[in-house]
Design a protein around this ligand. Structure first.
Ligand code: MOS
Length: 741
């Protein structure tokens, strides 16, 4: 029997998105809408001495000028907790305009509200703000001496140090050692839709439309900051225009929009500018990682040491978790990893696509390539010799794996084995040609709280499933209709997934590739409960052809329940009993941190580059990625996620970088004109190979997610291909023209 799950259906929300019918968070109208503009600190450290708003107030239409002098105090600052774990998820444990302190350039120091956007913007430009300025601490070279080892990172969820075995002994017994320091520029997310919020008060009830990966996270955070009951805050955000992690945590602007709306007694729309996106919703931190690998002559790893140094904000111990998957990737008995931080004049960094592992696996996989070269072992073969049959970090068995098959299928599709391992031997005209590969891995995390959905079937046979998750481009609306269709045995064309509303059953924020797994688990559980309810009613109903049948023998297909020769459509059962509809809820209880299995998604990346050695130009000619993300809900949207991730890996390897200017503490390229990302002209031929592995542990449908894994390792495959082409080992991201001249 064919299933709806897995079919490459086109997006159900494609038409509303391209016709403009889809409504994004700052496109909701409201009578009397006012418009708010944020003003960012011009200095990177110090304090606000005075704000002269007299010129702004002379402009027509100005409704409010909010600064630290008159913005209401927040009710309390909730602890920084990743949004996947439930609870409020503020982007940082600092809320602006509560006092005169300035911690980073661009920090919100004023909010101007006017009756039109243009008037608000103009009035904001007229504020005269005086600062007392202190010398900012901006980058690794200045902060290195002040580094400390925190107790924990990532909102306290991960220890700052991990080890197993004896890494010094492992390095001492190695026949070959590879050691290197890898440097990474800061990265900024740039989803097409900038972040924004529309806030509407009705008495003491607050309605928010917010660009978020989790409407519940926004509800919890804003309620906590404002001190209003949860039941009085509703967040409705059916569509969000991309995120990539910058809307995973809840930054200041949703609460500020609500405060501004309360201050002026009108609905308020607050949209960040593109430039403000660089100072208002986190970034991937600049970082340095040091790796030492030891191995025997036949390529068995004996030790891995992996240490990271990065800047964090003055108030939070945050580092993206770069050392997690790298510690689990290979069967290496001796391991040590640690995070060190220093406090800089920056906002708290945050999740950004492939959070942690896209940098940590870059370092590991470039070091593995170097080791392969030193040992004269093929890079794929070296990795196969170190496959881990269980998670080396915890000793737990894998819930599913598939890495070996990813290497085999990826290598075959790419044509890997035709290569001469010698660097700098293949030429085409002026171009040096090289190929490189890397392994990929990313956790398949479970949320920290139960996940719920609701399924309803109407007497006409149509089905609606609801859950409080927004659609931010992942394809969730399409995939969840497919999940409901299979669980109920109805055609997918009759199923609709409703989303993006805190009045729907609760779902954690869709972050860290957990979305597809947790939402499908809730939808599957709800739709299965509805099917069981209907089957139970049919076998108990003397008027049903199924009366008296064993419920466990009833199959559902094409909107009908069938047991042997007896069959009845759901619609007949409902109509005969004068029922307009039937409904069931479902709750999936995730296995939690103590699960007896390690859940990691694996993959393998291959790339071919051409390098012009005279000009230092790199062109990526082909990329092949093979991934084992468990069950694939929709082959089309999954492939497109993976391809997007691989192209992002290309951008990270060769283009993406932001730098803080020393002295001013400002980001140098805070615009889409200056912050380079890969465009269509950079996009090579990208092949995606889906390796389906069965996973009975991770969640009911065995879905491990495709949001991040496509990016992980793609950057390393490219850097390794650059080495193969040129003989140059560039231990940094991005690899730029200067590195290859
Ligand atoms: Mo993902 S970067 O955790 O939204």
């Amino acid at each position: 029997m064919t299933t709806a799950i897995g079919q490459p259906l086109t997006r159900v929300d494609g038409r509303p998105k391209v016709t403009g019918a889809a409504r994004y968070p700052t496109e909701f109208p409201a009578p009397g809408m006012a418009h708010a503009c944020l003003v960012g600190a011009r200095v990177a450290g110090g304090r606000v001495l005075s704000v002269d708003a007299s010129a702004a107030w002379e402009e027509p239409g100005v409704l409010a000028v909010l600064t630290h002098e008159n913005l209401p105090r927040i009710a309390g600052q909730p602890p920084l907790v990743p949004s996947l774990f439930g609870g409020p998820a503020p982007g940082e444990t600092f809320f602006p305009m509560q006092d005169d302190a300035v911690h980073y350039a661009g920090q919100h120091v004023a909010l101007v509200v006017a009756d039109t956007h243009e008037r608000a913007q103009h009035a904001a430009s007229l504020l005269r703000i005086e600062y007392e300025e202190s010398e900012p601490l901006t980058g690794i070279e200045q902060g290195r001496d002040q580094a400390y080892e925190p107790e924990a990172i990532f909102g306290g969820f991960l220890p700052a140090r991990n080890s197993r075995g004896d890494v010094a002994a492992g390095l001492a017994q190695a026949s070959v050692r590879v050691e290197g320091t890898y440097r990474f520029a800061a990265n900024h997310h740039n989803p097409l839709e900038t972040s924004g919020t529309t806030a509407v008060w009705d008495g003491d009830e607050l309605l928010l439309h917010d660009g978020t990966q989790g409407v519940t996270a926004t509800q919890l955070t804003v309620a906590a900051l404002l001190g209003v009951p949860l039941s009085k805050v509703r967040v409705v955000s059916p569509y969000v225009g991309g995120s990539f992690g910058c809307k995973a945590m809840v930054w200041h602007h949703p609460a500020l929009a609500a405060m501004a709306a309360r201050a002026v007694g009108r609905p308020v729309k607050l949209a960040l500018t593109r430039e403000q996106m660089f100072t208002s919703c986190g970034h991937r931190e600049e970082q340095e990682q040091h790796i030492a690998l030891g191995a025997t002559h036949d390529g068995k790893l004996t030790a891995l040491s992996h240490h990271k140094l990065s800047p964090t904000s003055p108030f939070d111990d945050w580092a993206e978790p770069s050392l997690q998957t790298a510690a689990q990737m290979y069967a290496c008995p001796n391991y040590e990893g640690s995070y060190r931080l220093f406090r800089a004049n920056t906002m708290t960094p945050t999740f950004m696509r492939g959070p942690g592992d896209s940098s940590g696996m870059f370092a590991l996989e470039c070091a593995m390539d170097e080791l392969a070269c030193r040992l004269g072992i093929d890079p794929v073969e070296l990795r196969l010799r170190n496959l881990a049959s269980a998670d080396p970090a915890s000793g737990r068995p894998w819930s599913s794996n598939g890495l070996e098959e990813c290497f085999e299928r990826g290598a075959a599709r790419f044509g890997w084995y035709d290569r001469d391992p010698e660097p700098r031997v293949r030429r085409e005209g002026a171009w040096l040609i090289g190929t490189g590969m890397a392994a990929a891995g990313y956790p398949a995390p479970a949320p920290g709280t139960p996940q719920r959905a609701r399924a309803r079937i109407y007497a006409d046979g149509s089905v609606v499933v609801q859950a409080a998750t927004p659609e931010f481009g992942t394809g969730v609306a399409t995939a969840m209709a497919q999940v409901a269709a299979d669980a109920l045995g109805v055609p997918v064309s009759r199923c609709r997934f409703e989303k993006g509303d805190t009045d729907f059953p609760g779902i954690a924020a869709a972050v860290g590739s957990a979305g597809a797994g947790m939402i499908s688990a809730a939808v599957h559980t709800a739709a299965t409960a509805l099917r069981e309810q209907l089957v139970g009613e049919a076998v108990a109903d003397p008027g049903s052809p199924l009366h008296g049948a064993d419920p466990s023998q009833v199959a559902v297909h094409d909107g009908r329940m069938t047991a042997g020769p007896a069959t009845e459509p759901y619609t007949d059962l409902l109509r005969r009993n004068h029922r307009p509809d039937a409904e069931a809820s479902g709750t999936w209880h995730p296995p939690g941190m103590d699960a007896p299995y390690a859940t990691t998604t694996f993959g393998a990346q291959f790339a071919e580059v051409a390098v012009d050695p005279e000009l230092g130009l790199v062109r990526v000619r082909r990329m092949t990625g093979a991934f084992a993300p468990g069950r694939v809900l929709n082959a089309r949207t999954a492939r497109s996620q993976l391809m997007g991730g691989m192209l992002w890996g290309l951008g990270q390897a060769l283009l993406e970088a932001n730098h803080m200017e020393h002295g001013t503490g400002r980001w140098v390229n805070a615009s889409l004109a200056d912050y380079l990302v890969a465009v269509n002209a950079d996009a090579p031929d990208v092949a995606v190979e889906l390796v389906e592995v069965e996973d009975r542990e991770v969640n009911p449908l065995g879905v491990k997610g495709v949001g991040e894994i496509g990016q992980v390792g793609a950057n390393a495959a490219i850097a390794n291909a650059v080495h193969h082409a040129t003989g140059r080992r560039v231990r940094k991201m991005p690899v730029t023209v200067e590195d290859l001249m």
